[in-house]
Design a protein. Structure first.
Length: 140
């Protein structure tokens, strides 16, 4: 099960994140964005013991590398993103909010290009431009 290729994992992530957006929108009918962050954290906390048990052998950060700090920053950024995602869901249409926030790879790609030196191919640039166009169209 854990040896699937990147596409299988990507599609599972696509499906579960799609449910995350849908469930969040339904919950936002009676729970504020702030409350949703707290309530959804219960769901995360409930899965943590299982994930820790199954994957703890993979937790081997090199304390001198700074990667542990990057991992903590990733968690903090994800939590803040979730907070503002729920604020947006509370105030907007799920179809727009989810589609716009799903363009987050734009930020990742730009950071990877400027800070990690990853290269952009023509197809990546075209894809990123289409994502920007999608944001503009959906925000109207």
């Amino acid at each position: 099960m854990f040896n699937a290729n990147w596409l299988v994992y990507s599609l599972i992530s696509l499906f579960t994140w799609g449910l995350w957006g849908f469930f969040g929108k339904v919950a936002s009918r009676s729970i504020s964005g702030e409350g949703l962050v707290l309530v959804s954290s219960i769901g995360w906390a409930a899965t943590f013991p299982i994930l820790f048990t199954v994957f703890r052998s993979h937790l081997r950060p090199s304390l001198g590398s700074g990667d542990l700090a990057w991992g903590v920053l990733a968690g903090a950024a994800g939590s803040l993103g979730m907070l503002f995602f729920y604020f947006a869901l509370e105030r907007g249409e799920a179809s727009r909010v989810v589609a716009i926030t799903a363009a987050y790879p734009l930020i990742t790609a730009l950071c990877a290009f400027f800070l990690l030196g990853e290269q952009f191919s023509l197809s990546k640039v075209i894809g990123l431009v289409f994502a920007l166009i999608g944001i503009v169209i959906l925000s109207r």
